[in-house]
Design a protein around this ligand. Structure first.
Ligand SMILES: Cc1cc2nc3c(=O)[nH]c(=O)nc-3n(C[C@H](O)[C@H](O)[C@H](O)COP(=O)(O)OP(=O)(O)OC[C@H]3O[C@@H](n4cnc5c(N)ncnc54)[C@H](O)[C@@H]3O)c2cc1C
Length: 502
């Protein structure tokens, strides 16, 4: 480090311990202290940083909001933080253009004033920023009806590991264009790999291999491969989105169930109505949130469904009558635009922070290892039951919640051990959960995407289809400068874990 000449930038370069410490964590259970933190002011700073990283042999990790839950916004070399300066909305309209460090909540407020909506809003919207939303391919409750952020991305500007600017509105450089065409052709001739990719749940993570089949134009392919690549293919400097007209809720229901089987059946029936959102939490979560709707005293309740409709009043009526078929403990109907509606979603956003607090108060670890399960909705009961049995066997408490409308389950076991015993338990939980999910074509790499605790399972899950991820990485970043060890060649999952900050 002493012999390195730091790049001359318009933005800031930090090598002091305090700043490096601040950027040593994201919202996952990992901590890695970078050698340098750079806060670029413009694209030229990004290019200079990449050139510097290449020459110095340092890994480069992009970071926007730092709310990622897979340890993919931290790294040992340079952390490139976009939130401080590259945080402006450049255009609003037919095509909305935004810089990667723009905090999502601020962006949404501005869009709301224009009667526009981006429906993929993670519960971390106060913290996360658009660059990370692209990197992790964010979702939110309304992904159930409207899709992930990928649906709304029209094109991107990004800087490659070689330091070139790519604008996917334009023609790609020859090597990328030809390379992507070749990989696409191989994929299209490879029926077994296509079958594996197509059998995965809707929000299964890893690179978006489906883009190879879906898009003809290599520039479009590049756009949709960049989304969900956790900063390993290029560094995004500008995001262009096609937003929807704002659509308010026409009816939201909260149903407290006494039976998991009834709960799962109701979820499947409700999903057929195409609700805007279909969320769930179990009784364990509800003990820890504070509001009056998700927190209750009836001990017979096992789980809660939140379902929101925005298509028509008839759709909402059909949803109500499905819920009335069950022996519910309670059914709330939440008026659109009411204080209760705002309080409900605030409580929903508070589930993870509340269970973090519960674990912290007891000195327990809550590692982000099986918090990102994605399944096919029909398999909810079976997967839930199998994981509960595993927890019973290991004598561990667990909380479940998630965006059930698109098969997302956040499973959070509480670990009350330390040292080798803790490591052994973590390894058993993650490997057994992986085995359970394999039976149902589910995955441990879902909404929060690839990273230090689960990428190791991508190769056994994808089999021959994993080679396409490698080919794509080799095409974009053959020297593995961008965010190494987050998708390929990962360290053991307990390495760099640190629960002291949860
Ligand atoms: C309480 C809580 C609730 C959450 N709820 C949800 C949820 O409902 N839905 C959901 O999808 N996620 C959720 N998350 C996870 C996380 O907030 C999302 O993944 C979010 O999209 C990450 O955005 P960020 O800006 O914080 O990204 P970061 O953590 O900064 O980065 C995420 C990834 O993107 C990469 N990246 C960042 N900027 C760039 C760039 N400019 N170019 C290339 N790559 C880049 C990073 O290298 C990293 O790999 C939640 C997290 C928390 C803490």
């Amino acid at each position: 480090m002493e012999n390195l000449t730091l790049p001359e930038l318009l933005g800031d370069t930090h090598v002091d311990e305090k700043t490096r410490e601040r950027f040593s964590k994201d919202a996952s259970s990992y901590r890695i202290t970078p050698q340098i933190v750079i806060e670029p002011k413009n694209e030229a700073d990004v290019i200079k940083t990449i050139e510097f990283a290449r020459n110095a042999g340092l890994a480069l990790t992009a970071r926007s909001g730092g709310s990622g839950l897979s340890g993919a916004a931290i790294g040992p070399g340079i952390v490139l933080n976009f939130k401080k300066y590259m945080n402006r909305v450049l255009n609003v309209g037919e095509e909305t253009v935004v810089q990667p460090g723009t905090v999502l909540d601020a962006f949404l407020k501005q869009m709301h004033d224009e009667y526009l909506m981006l429906p993929s809003v993670p519960s971390s919207s106060a913290l996360c920023a658009l660059g990370g939303n692209i990197g992790a391919r964010s979702t939110g409750p309304r992904t159930a009806r409207y899709g992930t952020i990928d649906t709304f991305v029209t094109s991107l500007r990004f800087v490659t590991a070689r330091g070139e600017i790519i604008d996917t509105r334009e023609t790609l450089p020859e090597y990328l264009e030809q390379g992507l065409r070749k990989i696409k052709q191989e994929y299209q001739n490879d029926q077994p790999s296509q079958a594996i990719i197509n059998a995965r749940p809707y929000i299964a993570g890893g690179y978006n291999i489906k883009a190879l089949g879906k898009y003809e134009n290599p520039a479009e392919m590049a756009t949709h491969l960049m989304v969900s690549s956790v900063g390993t293919l290029g560094i995004v400097t500008e995001i262009r989105l096609k937003l929807l007209e704002h659509t308010p809720s026409l009816g939201t229901f909260v149903a407290h169930f006494r039976s998991i089987e009834e709960f799962a059946e109701a979820a499947t029936r409700l999903k057929m109505l195409s609700p805007a959102a279909l969320e769930f939490s179990d009784a364990s979560c509800s003990k820890h949130v504070s509001g009056k709707i998700l927190n209750y005293s009836d001990p017979s309740i096992v789980g809660t469904l939140i379902v929101e409709f925005d298509d028509s009043l008839q759709q909402a009526d059909a949803g109500r009558s499905i819920l009335e078929d069950y022996k519910l403990s309670q059914l709330w109907e939440i008026p659109s635009g009411s204080d209760d509606e705002a309080a409900l979603w605030q409580d929903r956003r508070q589930i993870l922070p509340s269970i973090w607090k519960y674990a912290r108060q007891r000195g327990w670890g809550l590692p982000s290892i099986i918090d990102d399960i994605a399944i096919h909705l029909k398999d909810f009961s079976a997967v839930h039951r199998s994981i509960q049995e595993l927890m019973k066997y290991l004598d561990l408490e667990i909380s479940f919640f998630g965006h059930l409308g698109f098969g997302s389950i956040h499973a959070r076991p509480y670990f009350n051990t330390t040292g080798q015993e803790l490591i052994d338990q973590i390894m058993i939980v993650s490997s057994e959960a992986f085995n359970i999910l394999r039976k149902y074509n589910g995955t441990l790499v879902g909404e929060h995407n690839a990273g230090r605790s689960r990428s190791v399972y991508l190769e056994p899950e994808l089999g021959p289809a994993f080679t396409y991820m490698k080919k794509i990485k080799d095409l974009f970043d053959p020297d593995d400068i961008l965010n190494p060890k987050t998708v390929f060649d990962t360290d053991p999952i307990f390495e760099h874990m640190d629960f002291s900050f949860q």
